[in-house]
Design a protein around this ligand. Structure first.
Ligand SMILES: *Cc1c(COP(=O)(O)O)cnc(C)c1O
Length: 395
């Protein structure tokens, strides 16, 4: 099947959407599904819908569909909560697996929330844990036998730089460290073999390349051979072996379900379930080839048209996720001027303009069109317009 599948999405007229790495667009069928869940299931079936519409197994069903996209076996992925929560859970569980070590190793390219969650957990445990954040290129050599857990985001949210999942996991295991991968910018962006990497944990969100909508639930994978020994730090009733037995003591489910916490967000999960239909028949290797071609074209077009901008992503497609970033001192203003002209990308402080290339609905004409408009904005200094100078809360 050839890409893209623009017909599977509602993309507004006149918009070139290069921000699917931050919030995927609305997949066709998702709104109808949400409407049905609200009006018919919630509205008519009321609480019975947990059984009659099988809401109760929706988190696991959706988890299995995500598993298929990340190279994990069925039953190994739980859904719910937000990614920050899933990071916390994976990290807390990993530290328990290595009780004599005190170092959490991440990198300076990681998304702040992952680092903040680690800092919060360190404070809560209060046993002298230390978070180390070397430069992404120095991580491999910083994996020493002091390290309890290596916690990395596979694709750097700013630069798009890709870590070698298999090699780093092997290095972590060779010194006895536990490995956690954050797949926020990988799931739905690059082919993944989570099971083959042998990492203990993987986490990710579903509102980026998986198009689950704002606030869509996150996911967590635990390696099947260890899951029954994983100690859940957030021991909510939905992770209990028998939630409706209403026992006084916590007894975790004997599967990844133990990493669930509370009541699942059924409407949002239903939207995600419908959104995952957009992947039907899509081969991840074809997606990767299309992604690299789109990104390469964008780099070539922008470098030819706008020498003022500096490429802030790896030049080689195999070292990049599915995004391209350019640094420019007035990046924020340029992005606002682009958005005003229908090219939606985003800005990450201090000076990164970020463009996501999502081959499910972006084609070469979009890429060239976006580069032309970028040239107009940069060459014509259209970004100097005062209306682009005030920063919104969300950049
Ligand atoms: C997007 C992203 C998050 C966001 O976490 P939420 O809890 O879903 O807001 C966290 N970590 C990484 C690496 C991300 O890219």
């Amino acid at each position: 099947m050839t890409l893209p599948h623009k017909d599977r999405f509602e993309i507004p007229e006149g918009v070139i959407y290069l921000d699917g790495n931050s919030l995927g667009p609305l997949p066709k069928g998702a709104a109808a599904r949400a409407g049905e869940v609200i009006a018919s299931e919630w509205g008519q079936q009321l609480i019975r819908a947990w059984n009659t519409a099988d809401w109760i197994s929706l988190p696991a069903r959706v988890g299995d569909r995500i598993a298929g996209l990340i190279g994990a076996p069925a039953g190994s992925v739980a859904t719910g909560d937000t990614l920050s929560i899933k990071v916390y859970q994976a990290l807390a569980a990993a530290l328990k697996m290595n009780p004599d070590r005190r170092v959490i190793l991440s990198d300076a390219g990681n998304f702040p929330s992952d680092l903040y969650m680690a800092q919060g957990l360190i404070g809560t445990i209060d046993k002298g844990y230390e978070l180390r954040t070397p430069a992404p290129t120095d991580v491999a050599q910083a994996i020493t036998d002091e390290v309890a857990v290596v916690m990395l985001t596979h694709v750097d949210y700013r630069s798009g730089r890709l870590h070698d999942m298999k090699a780093i996991t092997e290095k972590a295991h060779s010194v006895g460290a536990v490995m956690i991968w954050d797949l926020a910018h990988s799931a739905g962006a690059v082919p993944l073999d989570v099971a083959g990497s042998n990492a203990e944990f993987a986490v990710g969100c579903t509102y980026k390349y998986l198009n689950g909508g704002p606030g869509a639930p996150a996911f967590i994978y635990a390696r099947p051979d260890i899951v029954e020994t994983v100690e859940p730090a957030l021991s909510g009733w939905m992770g209990h072996d028998a939630p409706f037995a209403m026992e006084l003591g916590y007894r975790p489910a004997m599967s990844t379900e133990r990493l669930r916490v509370g009541t699942p967000p059924i409407v949002q999960l239903s939207i995600l379930d419908a959104a995952l239909d957009a992947w039907d028949g899509v081969d991840m290797d074809d997606l990767r080839a299309a992604s690299i071609a789109l990104c390469d074209t964008f780099i070539a077009e922008v470098e030819a048209r706008c020498p003022e901008l500096t490429l802030a992503s790896p030049r080689s497609g195999t070292e990049r996720g599915s995004q391209v970033s350019f640094a420019f001192a007035h990046g924020y203003e340029v992005v606002q001027a682009l958005i005003d002209r229908g090219v939606i990308g985003d800005f990450r402080a201090p000076e990164i303009m970020r463009f996501g290339f999502t081959p499910l609905y972006i084609d070469t004409a979009d890429v060239v069109g976006a580069a032309k408009i970028l040239e107009e904005v940069v060459k014509g200094e259209l970004w100097r317009d005062p209306k682009y100078q005030t920063k919104s809360k969300v950049t």
